[in-house]
Design a protein around this ligand. Sequence first.
Ligand code: UFG
Length: 344
Amino acid sequence: MNKRILVTGGTGYIGSHTVVELMQQGYEVVIVDNLSNSNITVLDGIQAIVGRRPEFVNADCCDYVAMDNVFRSYPDIKGVIHFAAAKAVGESVEKPLHYYRNNMHSLTTVLELMQEHEVHHIVFSSSCTVYGQPDPEHLPVDETAPRKKALSPYGNTKQINEDIIMDQAHACASLRATILRYFNPIGAHPSALIGELPNGVPNNLLPFVTQTAAGLRDELRVFGDDYNTPDGSCIRDYIYVVDLAKAHVCAIERMLSGKTQEQVEIFNLGTGRGLSVLEIVRTFEEVTGQKLKYRIVGRREGDIEQVWADPTRANTVLGWRADTPIRDVLLSAWNWEKHLRNIK
Ligand code: UFG
């Protein structure tokens, strides 16, 4: 059986790592990406790692005609992994309409075309942002924890898109969907041939850390050390992007082999371990030997104090576990930054 998967946003950070894992497991992949937040050279990196080049279509997932052409051109598509979305929390506050139009229209277009072309399986990239700040009795947070009102338009698009999938599954009995709620993906492929390519000044912690170590930024600002956590800085569940990518293969495999028990299954993807910002800084310094210039500043608006996953459901049902040691993960991020900047 030719197992072709359509990966929207497949030249992006998590998308590209997932394409690698899919291809290494024998899947054929067609990527659709409009390169709005990624670079075409990512395809070279994927090819160098896998030894084959994925099919690539430069298109916007909101473009019904272009997407219809993709489904027509690849009638062997068996499932869709839908990454394509705008993802900057701060930008979403500035440009809410862009986020609502782009993130929701792309999903509805993909779902409409899946129904039209009788493609029954979708994996959707969601986020732990749907939980907001879980109440203390819900930490670590499992999938039954209540969703909280979103703190940003970006977060709201994730919640609404989850609901869109639920409603479509209700209306369309043949649809199977897996919603993956990511915690904080970090690191890069061990080959250092693909990794995160932030646009402009990074908002996320790890790219800011590696860029500071590489001398592109003067100093890291640690947003707050007066939180109610052991060292006062915020706690997150940092998950290796390659482990995260592998979960997508497990999810698609589970749906294609008819093992799913509910029409829509939801999984938290995290390690089960929370690390503080200062722990990340210290461990990064230790494993890379780089002294990191940092300064404690005030809290960042909208930041959640602490959240980490209970990944038991993904561990037992998907048979997946994020077990790469944080030291290896941080080193992979640094190796990627060195590769980008030609640092020996
Ligand atoms: N941080 C700093 N300095 C920086 C950048 C980040 O101290 O320069 C801190 C933040 O305050 C936070 C932690 O590092 O405590 C992680 O911050 P990130 O921006 O890397 O990640 P967030 O947890 O804030 O956001 C991530 C994703 C969002 C998603 C959210 C869900 O980037 O897409 O998780 O909680 F919505």
